[in-house]
Design a protein around this ligand. Structure first.
Ligand code: THU
Length: 161
């Protein structure tokens, strides 16, 4: 018996360099890069920076914070997102820029847990978030809405009210 196929269209805009982005997005990426250098990553030596642009124009930045007890550390994206949620609970996130130190062709993409945290923020404010993923010298990937990176996501709609 053949199964019915449920397919997601994954659409990512790819730019060869960050210079092709609009000026405000280049600035956000620069803010992510600046905070990346201050990351605390003595165990992985992999520094990541994230810059979160809120709907009111405010920018919150964060970087990865590691720990000798490895799982106690936190990714750059969630450091920034949770700070935004704590300080500005009523303001939606418009854009998140994320970058890492590695000289890689492929940009850094948020881990599964960070994708889930971004999904929660989208649902909380009923607003899709634009994600800009980069490395300092490589290509830049842009997506509009976390569903591209997290199809079939878990959400509050499964929870009994
Ligand atoms: N990391 C991030 O901060 N964001 C990502 O998108 C990927 C991974 C961090 C977690 C850890 O401190 C280090 O990078 C290596 O996994």
């Amino acid at each position: 018996m053949s199964a019915e196929k449920l397919q997601y269209i994954v659409s990512v805009d790819v730019y060869n360099t960050a210079k092709q982005l609009p000026a405000d997005e280049q600035t956000l990426l620069q803010q992510a890069t600046k905070i990346m250098h201050a990351a605390y990553a003595p165990y992985s030596n992999f520094k990541v920076g994230a810059a979160v642009l809120l709907e009111n124009g405010k920018v919150i930045t964060g970087n990865n914070q590691e720990n000798a007890a490895y799982p106690s550390g936190m990714c750059a994206e969630r450091v920034a997102i949770f700070y935004a949620g704590a300080q500005h609970p009523d303001i939606a996130i418009k854009t998140i820029a994320v970058t890492c130190e590695a000289e890689a062709e492929q940009p850094v993409t948020p881990c599964g847990a960070c994708r889930q945290a971004i999904a929660e923020y989208e649902q909380r404010h009923n607003k899709k978030i634009k994600l800009i993923m980069a490395t300092p010298t490589g290509k830049v990937f842009c997506t509009n809405g976390i569903e591209t990176l997290l199809p079939f996501m878990f959400s509050s709609k499964y929870l009994k009210k």
